[in-house]
Design a protein around this ligand. Structure first.
Ligand code: LMR
Length: 400
């Protein structure tokens, strides 16, 4: 009897949960793995592949890993800030030389960790801040902002059918933002469209952000894979230089090819060095409640690469090789059919095809070609031997 009463009084917990669909993008990894067809083409998740279709560890990274293995004497904790030298090097890579003590940064687990930490800082400082996000965007942007408790304002960014950036519509939306609202922008290699803001767009963005007191939050996850390290950071640098406060989430997963090591950093620019120091102390508290201390290996490797001149030069050459190969694939797709010409104007790993969901499913089923349901495909996943087969399968299915 007593047992029954206890049973009834027991509070519900797990029973209250609703089943969730699996992440549509990450689900492609499993679908490709299970597909036995040898000619399958995986253009789902953003991972670089070489001409032979492999994702090898970069030479410079492999050498730094050996060096680290030989020289690292302890695996003891580094502290909540992570690898401080790594963060310094990434600050220089993102902002160029000459940042001052209004800039602070923290190592994070990948670019996603940096975005989430940044959003949590915003919420702590101003829970009423709204985050303006152009559509379409990386599918994880909106969930990670809303789960942190901030309001998202979606606005147009790109029209998939005409392959145009909807900049006027974006500016109109930002005219409706209030001082202190956040503008989340892709620094380069827009994910999922490949459509990057032009220098004139960046100028206009810098102007509106300054005039209306908005705060840019730049997601810079593909630096070096669009046109090169400097050019890919130019827009972010411009808009952040124009603002007295800004955030930048930096990822090295792609540009060092260390995807599963989850290497990233969050950088914040504050109006004064003192406010920057306070923001830093808050970031340390927030990070402590999420991951306590970031994983070391990938960041230590990236630091060793950049701090060792021969390895740094080799990494730059390897990055350049990846960038050049992606540009070559884009040019080849553009040459294949005039309807694919826009792909050559875009940058980085992704572009989007104006395919119906049925056409995407059909490509998967009859051609073993995998891409996101939105029509986003990973250009860097194509190989010399399958690019033409891909292009002809796609062109056949484009709307008339
Ligand atoms: C992608 O967009 O494919 C990558 O950023 C992987 C991810 O985490 O979604």
């Amino acid at each position: 009897m007593m047992g029954d009463i206890e049973q009834l009084a027991r509070p519900r917990l797990l029973e209250a949960l609703e089943p969730q669909p699996s992440d549509a993008l990450l689900a492609i990894i499993g679908m490709v793995r299970r597909d036995p067809r040898p000619h399958k083409i995986d253009l789902g998740v953003g991972v670089y592949r070489d001409a032979a279709g492999n994702t090898p560890i970069l030479r410079s990274v492999k050498k730094a890993e050996r060096l680290l293995n030989e020289t690292q004497e302890t695996k003891s904790y580094l502290g909540g800030e992570g690898d401080v030298r790594f963060v310094e090097l990434m600050r220089e890579l993102a902002f160029g030389p000459g940042t001052d003590d209004r800039f602070i940064g923290l190592q994070t687990p990948g670019g996603c960790g940096a975005l989430r930490l940044g959003v949590d800082l915003i919420r702590l400082a101003n829970p009423a801040a709204r985050v303006f996000i152009g559509q379409p965007t990386w599918p994880n942007h909106i969930p990670l902002v809303t789960v942190a408790g901030l309001e998202v304002v979606e606005h147009p960014f790109y029209d998939r059918d005409t392959q145009r950036i909807l900049f006027d519509e974006m500016m109109t939306a930002l005219e409706g933002a209030q001082a202190g609202d956040i503008v989340l922008v892709h620094g380069c290699c827009h994910n999922p469209t490949g459509a990057d803001l032009s220098p004139e767009h960046w100028d206009a963005l810098a102007e509106i952000v300054t005039r209306r007191g908005l705060i840019p939050f730049v997601d810079l996850a593909y630096q070096g894979l669009g046109h090169g390290l400097e050019q890919d950071a130019a827009g972010a640098r411009l808009v952040i230089a124009a603002s007295d406060q800004a955030l930048l989430a930096h990822s090295n997963d792609k540009n060092f090819g260390v995807y599963r090591d989850r290497v990233g950093s969050l950088h914040v620019k504050a109006p004064t060095a003192q406010i920057a120091a306070t923001a830093y102390s808050n970031l340390l508290v927030l990070a402590r409640t999420m991951w306590s201390m970031p994983p070391d290996h990938g960041a230590a490797v990236a630091r060793l690469v950049l701090d060792t001149p021969e390895l740094a030069a080799d990494w730059r050459a390897e990055l350049n090789e990846m960038c050049t190969r992606i540009r070559g694939l884009r040019a080849r797709l553009a040459d294949f059919d005039p309807r694919l010409a826009y792909i050559d104007e875009q940058n980085g790993m992704f572009s989007m095809l104006p395919l119906s969901p049925d056409a995407v499913a059909e490509l998967r089923e009859s051609e073993a070609i995998y891409m996101a349901g939105s029509g986003r495909f990973n250009v860097a996943g194509l190989s010399d031997h399958n690019v033409d087969r891909f292009a002809s399968a796609v062109v056949e299915r484009l709307p008339a």
